[in-house]
Write a protein that binds this ligand. Structure first.
Ligand code: ZN
Length: 79
């Protein structure tokens, strides 16, 4: 498994990512996507990495125990 260079799991980068990515993200996405992203803590629903890791992001209906929900995921994370 390849570790992402800019993983937001690194606490020293967390604040940086929080500020910078939210701003970029909000500029690039619709209101619906922004709401989803906020709910997910700006992380991919599948790999749990930040949505801003350079991958394309899309909305998928994912099945969970309580039903089907629209979630933001990286395109390459969809199998
Ligand atoms: Zn992902």
């Amino acid at each position: 498994m390849v570790a992402y260079k800019n993983s937001s799991d690194d606490p020293s980068l967390k604040e940086y990512w929080g500020k910078r990515d939210r701003k970029v993200f909000n500029n690039e996405n619709t209101l619906d996507r922004m709401k989803l992203a906020r709910k997910q803590g700006y992380r991919c629903a599948l790999c749990k990495q930040t949505l801003q890791n350079g991958e394309k992001v899309t909305v998928r209906n994912l099945e969970v125990s309580t039903g089907k929900f629209a979630k933001l995921v990286h395109v390459p994370c969809i199998k």
